[in-house]
Design a protein. Structure first.
Length: 284
């Protein structure tokens, strides 16, 4: 578990989808004056060097944010996301990619609370330094899945929860499902964002249906599911085909914003003729 470093994958197609959704949710949460809490269960280092050896090893950012960064025809929600990445690069060149805490520093208001959890000791130290000056912020090296007992319900009764483990360990799938159930039991109004990789594994293929079943029984405002498929598995059936986000209690604006962006993403991030997207929603 502690061998995983997101720096190898920073800015790839999965980050584009995840951070597009995160940007839209945080924008929506900030439309109300009342402060809210963002809980990030697997926060990573906060930001990543695109020029560093980790990101350069496979160059995954080149088929992700690299295809959006200088585009001039982006739909407005995608443009807003890219604008945040640009704000993370003051000289205008794509040198750094913001992780979810990095985006949070750009989008949260001073009065909003941030709770960031990261187990990897190196990433935790970097994250702690990165967020040291932000008010109403706590960084912890405890297990993010275990954070819900301490964080929910939040002060102010407004919360967004981002759950995006690496899924390097198959038990992460069961823990994600358990975390969704616990979050809704503790505070049913929580906006919950769950990222997952699209793999040819039973655990991956079953996860969304299990999340839907749990959300159907407990979520106050239904759910939204988006998936972006960009490539095919290799000849042995391995590889990440794409990724998805499952959002519980989604902003009412999110479906239409994603519907505007997904055809563009399929056209520009797709790596084969069968690239596609799924967008579905169930309102209560």
């Amino acid at each position: 578990m502690l061998a995983y470093r997101h720096a190898f994958h920073a800015g790839n197609h999965a980050d584009v989808l995840k951070h597009l959704v995160l940007t839209r949710v945080l924008r929506y949460m900030a439309t109300k004056d009342k402060p809210f809490t963002l809980i990030d269960t697997h926060a990573g280092a906060g930001g990543y060097s695109i020029e560093g050896r980790y990101a350069q090893k496979n160059g995954e950012y080149g088929s992700g944010i690299g295809r959006l960064y200088d585009a001039t025809d982006l739909p407005a929600p995608l443009q807003d996301y890219v604008d945040q990445v640009r704000a993370f690069n003051p000289d205008g060149q794509l040198r750094q990619y913001p992780g979810s805490p990095g985006l949070a520093t750009l989008l949260l208001r001073e009065t909003d609370r941030l709770r960031a959890y990261e187990l990897h000791p190196t990433d935790h130290r970097i994250l702690e330094s990165f967020l040291a000056d932000r008010p109403h912020t706590q960084v912890s090296d405890r297990d993010g899945f275990e954070s819900l007992k301490a964080e929910l319900p939040p002060p102010g009764r407004r919360a967004a929860l981002l759950i995006d483990p690496s899924y390097e360990i198959k038990t992460d799938y069961a823990r994600v499902l358990a975390a969704l159930r616990e979050a809704l039991q503790r505070f049913a109004d929580t906006v919950i964002m769950i990222w997952y990789p699209q793999l040819q594994l039973l655990e991956s293929s079953q996860l969304v249906q299990r999340l839907k079943a749990s959300a159907d029984s407990a979520a106050k405002k239904g759910w939204l599911h988006v998936r972006l498929t960009v490539t095919q598995a290799d000849e042995r059936g391995f590889g990440m085909l794409g990724s998805g986000m499952f959002v519980v209690n989604p902003p009412y604006t999110l479906h239409d914003e994603l519907a505007e962006c997904l055809p563009w993403l399929v056209e520009h991030l797709g790596q084969y003729d069968g690239a596609n997207f799924v967008l579905e929603q169930r309102a209560t």
